[in-house]
Design a protein around this ligand. Structure first.
Ligand code: BTN
Length: 243
């Protein structure tokens, strides 16, 4: 796999988008030891803790733009599989996905995914940004976080990237520019929370509580609210509720 290694960069996603606009060949991984302006979802910052993985994969998918969001789910499945592969005989108990793109151990955040795209540079490019807490995790975010070392698994960023690169190759091939999304969706559900799990979703208008009912055909979150109505979400922040 082609890897562009950097010591420090504002954001590997921003760097991937910049290279895409310059006509860079795909696929290309951009990986950095440190980000000085790491991006999280919804305009949030992503802290740079030394020894963690900060990587972005530049690809040029040929699916319709509306299907680019599926890449979050492709990446989520790939991250879980790469951690499992790196663990060998060991298991990371409680490793799971939370819609749309969080990697959790129990309810603590282990990693996140941010997919961005650009049409600059001639053909459409997508940049799949992945942050995995390997050696440490930020404190004081107002929600639980963890890292793989804390879970008993010690990995360097480049070793993790080897596993991640292999599993992204596998799952991007299964996704097949969107044609194989049904398989990805099922794989995501198998690695997400249990059906009926109590969740709350906030799209910016206050939280809505309900029960998780799986993913819709396009990867949207299905939630049965307290009145029994089935709601569909294409964006929003999800909290796993106890019980
Ligand atoms: C989130 O959970 O909010 C998404 C976090 C995504 C972080 C990764 S780290 C590598 C890549 N570069 C960035 O600036 N962000 C993503």
């Amino acid at each position: 796999m082609r890897v562009h290694r950097l010591k420090s960069v504002p954001s590997t996603n921003a760097e991937g988008l910049r290279l895409a606009a310059l006509g860079e060949f795909a696929p290309l991984w951009v990986v950095a030891e440190e980000q000085t302006a790491g991006k999280g979802r919804s305009g949030r910052a992503w802290a740079s803790v030394p020894g963690n993985l900060y990587a972005s994969l530049l690809i040029r998918p040929s699916c319709p733009p509306a299907q680019l969001g599926e890449l979050s789910l492709v990446a989520g499945v790939s991250v879980i599989e790469s951690i499992r592969a790196s663990a060998g005989d060991r298991t990371v108990a409680g490793l799971r996905l939370k819609w749309p793109n969080d990697i959790l151990v129990g309810t603590a955040k282990l990693g996140g995914i941010l997919v961005e795209s650009t049409d600059a540079g001639g053909s459409r490019a997508a940049v799949i940004g992945i942050g995995i807490n390997l050696a440490g995790h930020p404190e004081g975010l107002g929600r639980a976080a963890t890292d793989l070392a804390h879970e008993g698994l010690t990995l360097t960023p480049l070793k993790m990237l080897d596993f991640l690169g292999a599993s992204m190759d596998t799952w991007l091939a299964i996704w097949d520019d969107g044609r194989g999304f049904a398989t990805v969706r099922q794989a995501w559900q198998d690695r997400g929370g249990p059906m009926g799990e109590a969740l709350s979703v906030n799209t910016g208008n206050g939280p809505v509580a309900g029960r998780y009912m799986g993913l819709g055909a396009n990867g949207e979150l299905l939630l049965e609210d307290e009145t029994g109505e089935l709601r569909r979400y294409t964006f929003g922040d999800v909290t796993v509720l106890a019980g």
